[in-house]
Write a protein that binds this ligand. Structure first.
Ligand SMILES: Cc1ncc(COP(=O)(O)O)c(C=O)c1O
Length: 407
């Protein structure tokens, strides 16, 4: 494999990065929310609609065969990307839907006295679905964090007991950037007889992830956070677990045989993909995976470590700026507060400079409560970002400080 490691050349593949915003060159630092798309992904989707469009798995005709081949090819590439088999990859709408499917499954199979453990740093998508179980008498336990934003492993160890049926933790926090020791947590869960579910929305796009090595039972992630189109999520599940699981959505394509009162199910993974899927965007997602593979996930991780360290050093040295999340093992999300300035004001001033960051509770209200802030500002990096853009962010933060007279 020949990797493209000249990160400055990568930018040319992203048409949107040439855009001006408020008269300034766009500096896109909201990658944890969603990422920009390279021409290769956009072209692949256009090519599909212009030359191959048909429904999959059904037609005997040429177009349907081509569409099926491309769709299933994307599944194979997705599986390889995380060291799984194609039978273990279910296409969903997004990470949120993937986690909801698991929570609905748990709702059917767990009962009073069972326990589910998550952490306080979870995105709402990995808390709110599990709250459904509380209504059924299942206990939801929340592991805490330490001062630097790392997971409190001692607390987690205490919470996981023989009553625990599911441990569901983010691989990387979208607010703190913390990368959690999933392999260790999976062992803890399995030793207690529980399933290990991982929210990989902020890890799979940014670092090599190997489900076999981590030994996780389920992993959820989203195409749009890794250069792919919106509307595609992935749910990985171990083959033996998927075979046992009851499908949540029912209808066309997920059945083997249908009788008047009952039906039998298709093989995995198709028994979980009812109805016509989002064919074009799955194919586009396949092109995004090809693109990431060309750069190499290890190279992407190294590039982001460099940008993150640089940003944290510069922002951390500024008076009146507080960084949230300083754990040793960290992904490319840098959250911060400026004394006496609401993060929405920070984001508005940065936007006037063409700089896009996220501000608010970042879909992590329990974490905001733990940090003692109503909201934060967050810059998050990806393959096309540069140190020069970090410098622009720092200059923008200086402007915010000046505007609000923060000394
Ligand atoms: C850690 C984490 N989990 C889950 C999600 C939800 O992803 P989606 O909106 O694609 O379902 C996000 C989105 O920001 C996230 O950062």
């Amino acid at each position: 494999m020949i990797y493209i490691t000249d990160f400055s050349k990568i930018r040319n593949d992203f048409p949107i990065l040439k855009r001006k915003v408020n008269g300034k060159q766009l500096v896109y630092l909201d990658n944890a929310a969603t990422t920009q798309k390279p021409r290769q992904v956009i072209d692949r989707i256009t090519d599909y609609y212009m030359n191959h469009n048909a429904n999959i798995h059904r037609g005997i005709h040429k177009l349907s065969e081509e569409a099926t081949e491309e769709y299933e090819g994307a599944r194979e590439r997705t599986a390889k990307f995380i060291s799984a088999s194609a039978r273990e990859i279910i296409f969903t709408k997004n990470t949120t839907e993937s986690l909801n499917i698991l929570a609905y499954w748990a709702l059917r199979t767990l009962g009073k006295g069972d326990e589910v453990v998550v952490s306080v740093m979870e995105h709402h998508s990995n808390i709110v679905p599990w709250q459904m179980l509380v209504e059924k008498g299942i206990t939801l336990k929340i592991a805490g964090i330490k001062k630097d934003g790392s997971l409190d492993m001692d607390h987690l160890n205490k919470l996981v007991t023989k009553k625990t049926k599911i441990v569901s933790i983010a691989h990387a926090s979208n607010v703190l950037g913390t990368i959690n020791p999933i392999k260790e947590i999976a062992k803890l869960a399995h030793d207690a007889g529980a399933l290990m579910i991982v929210d990989g929305a902020q890890s799979v796009p940014h670092m090599p992830v190997d489900v076999k090595n981590l030994d996780v039972d389920f992993l959820a992630f989203s195409s749009h956070k890794m250069l792919g189109p919106t509307g595609i999520g992935v749910l990985f599940g171990k083959e033996e677990l998927l075979k046992k699981a009851t499908p949540f959505l029912r209808g066309g394509d997920m059945i083997k045989e249908v009788f008047q009162q009952t039906a039998t199910w298709n093989e995995i993974p198709w028994k979980f993909e009812a109805g016509t899927p989002n064919i074009a965007d799955v194919i586009g997602f396949g092109a995004a995976i090809d693109y990431l593979n060309k750069i190499g996930m290890k190279n992407i991780r190294e590039h982001e470590i460099e940008l993150t360290k640089y940003a944290m050093k510069k922002l951390g040295a500024m008076k009146g700026v507080t960084l949230h999340g300083t754990a040793k093992d960290k992904g490319g999300a840098v959250s911060f507060s400026i004394d006496g300035v609401h993060p929405h004001d920070t984001a508005t001033i940065l936007d006037s400079e063409g700089i896009a960051i996220r501000s608010g509770h970042l879909c992590a209200q329990p974490l905001m409560e733990r940090l003692g802030v109503p909201a934060v500002g967050r810059a998050s990096f990806y393959v096309y970002n540069t140190k020069g853009e970090v410098d622009k962010l720092v200059a923008g933060v200086e402007k915010v400080k000046k505007t609000f007279k923060v000394i």
